[in-house]
Design a protein around this ligand. Sequence first.
Ligand SMILES: N[C@@H](CCC(=O)N[C@@H](CS)C(=O)NCC(=O)O)C(=O)O
Length: 335
Amino acid sequence: MSADMTYTIHGALGSPYSMKMRALMRYRRITHVWAHGGYVQQLAAGNGLPPVIPVIEYPDGSVRNDSTPVLYDLEVRHKKRSVVPPDPAKAFIAHLLEDFADEWLTKAMFGYRWLEDVDQVQMSRWLSFDALKGGGLDTSRGMAEQFRDRQVGRMAIVGCTRENFPLIDDSTHRVLRALEDHVVNEQWLFGSRPSLAEFGIYGQFSQLGVDPTAQAMMRADFPYSFRWLLHVDDASGIEGEWDVPDAPLKPVVQQILAEVGRVYVPFLLANAAASEASETTFRIEVDGMPYEQGTFKYQLKCLRDLRSHYAALNAETQQRLYPILSESNSLEFLQ
Ligand SMILES: N[C@@H](CCC(=O)N[C@@H](CS)C(=O)NCC(=O)O)C(=O)O
């Protein structure tokens, strides 16, 4: 399928990580095509990859998935329009925010999509429509029903239960509040060009901008963040600069970091402790709100990756990060 230097994003409109990678490639002006269909999970499995989307097909025909390592691999392969801030301290923070978006904000996306009937019905129908591209309403509705049952059945595994949702929702509202206050003044987080953090956040929130309940919430309460999503979706025309290395962090970055410390750090640590103790579930409580889910292997990898990123920083960079991370309760877990 791919000729010359063209990548193929095998993804879906309803997949936050697919939207993240498409926006990233558009911004980076990496030649790509967008291939959308119901075959993508089989494509992954057929190539010995985990059955998750998007699957990125490289110009040489090889395929990969898992958006964060692919994003970093593209940094090595394409030098222009990098999304990693040149200051290693800011690069670390951008990485932490991207990881938080991928692993925590995704719970908002999943919960808004699959908790309420109105969203279950609309989104299972649209996702089936996207996959089938025709085939008649009966087939499409049948597939929608199956898909809906499957996804709703997975709510507990990914921690999106009714009991957990108040914390997820509060947390998401705090991030949206910070973003809303920011985007009316400036478009990006680390300068006048986007970093990987914006693409991670965009991926998850791109879905809140579509699903019925979440879209109504965003339009009503965070109208500029809602509109901002369309700017991130195609930022190919942005020509910006990074902030100078000693520029202070913008309030939005500090506020999202505070959220990382409030929910994501306890979440990662409790998951790791449960896994070490061979327990199958773990539980945390934040602001008096419970959160419980099954122990998750992938998030052990996220924790390891964050720690090794941090450990690879030189002493001077770690020192600059020290006050920022300790203020947001996100230092100790890295050490
Ligand atoms: N860590 C992966 C996560 C990808 C992922 O979870 N994709 C979802 C859809 S957005 C998926 O394929 N889930 C499996 C399923 O629906 O069966 C990444 O960053 O690409």
